[in-house]
Design a binder for this molecule. Sequence first.
Ligand SMILES: Cc1ncc(COP(=O)(O)O)c(C=O)c1O
Length: 448
Amino acid sequence: MFVSVRYQVTGATAADISASIESGIRDAALAPGDPLPPVRTLAADLAVSPATVSRAYAELRRRGLVVTAGRHGTRVRPRPPVAARRAALRPPPAPGLRDLSRGEPDQRLLPPLRRHLAALADTVGDPVGYPDLGVLPEMTEVAGARLTADGVPAPGLTLTGGALDGIERLLGAHLRHGDAVAVEDPGWTGLLDLLAALGLRPIGMPIDDDGPIVAGVAAALAAGARALIVTSRAQNPTGAAVSADRASALRTLLAGRADLLLIEDDHAAELARVPLHPLAGATTHWAFLRSVSKPFGPDLRLAVLAGDETTVARVAGRSRVGTGWVSTVLQRLVLSLWKDPEVTALVDRAAESYERRRHALIAALADRGLPAHGRTGINVWVPVDDETSALTALRDAGWAVAPGALYRIAGPPGLRITVSDLNEEELPALADAVARAARPTPSPSFTA
Ligand SMILES: Cc1ncc(COP(=O)(O)O)c(C=O)c1O
């Protein structure tokens, strides 16, 4: 039976037609191997030009949903799925320097895994095979409930190997080579690296302590951004967190946009001690990522991805024909950590300790007349006049910090100082050194 009889493709534009076919495949109204109507037939049915249908089919082909085989026409695929390293700019710190450049949680504050791994060893049953694997029902339930409790709707949910993996999968599913992506400026190096590797074009959005500035987001959208990536809390490198007012203004700006993929990165998750103000659901296509890397350690490589049905189906479908799933052993481990009140208490203690260190450094710098930023997370951002001279002065004083150049697109210069393992006794010396480095005493001038 021909699909045109079983499934009515709709749409007046190439984008609508491809979306309609995609949704037919998602709902199983179009089965693997099903033929799509010939281009001219569908064009006549929909009263559009054959070129419009051809464009829709080309788009589906590009994304791997359909295959065209000469005179056999176009069919649903048997298994439809759906470079520059900026970090190299940061040389390893010279031996002997106190290293505050790494941007990592304090290893000593990560919950110990031994007891949970041992319990897991006792409860994992028979080996499971390929057909049984995917997101565990309990994971869907528990992760969904945790997100809903934070105001994130979760109509669809899947897992990825961390927040960055989730971002890559989302961008791969929605964008094409050369597309523009709105990102925070300054923003996380790892993301800028990824965009470069994917051949995507970053458009910087200025930010303040409350998240991306609305006018900057509007400008990035006007400049043609196809995706917008916002860090919910513990923005890297500035520590910004999206505030209630900012979230509401951004939601108004983004309301109902169907042409933009909105991605939120809540990488700090339970480690962020400010409430979450999500944008999730403001646009037609959106995804909210919550990683376990910061509270439990980056080796766990798991993030929960919630989003609208289309977006989640694209990511889940693409992983099914690739890595397939996030190991159920890892899923069970994360579930067991989430459920343990002792772990929750340890994560709280870590969050509180980062908060104390951040505040202490910001206050010590303020005492020395130097404004610095860091509402949440493990980093403090210090605006400076000249990064190179500030870095050099700090190095000479025995400190290694990260240069703002790693994170900036067009924003003003600054330094990122990771406070995660900073000791109280180190504070006065560090604050003195930073204050001196940021505002070097002018050298005596020869001209009066
Ligand atoms: C803003 C931001 N997002 C994501 C990540 C990494 O998250 P994941 O380990 O889940 O990929 C980091 C790591 O530093 C980060 O700073």
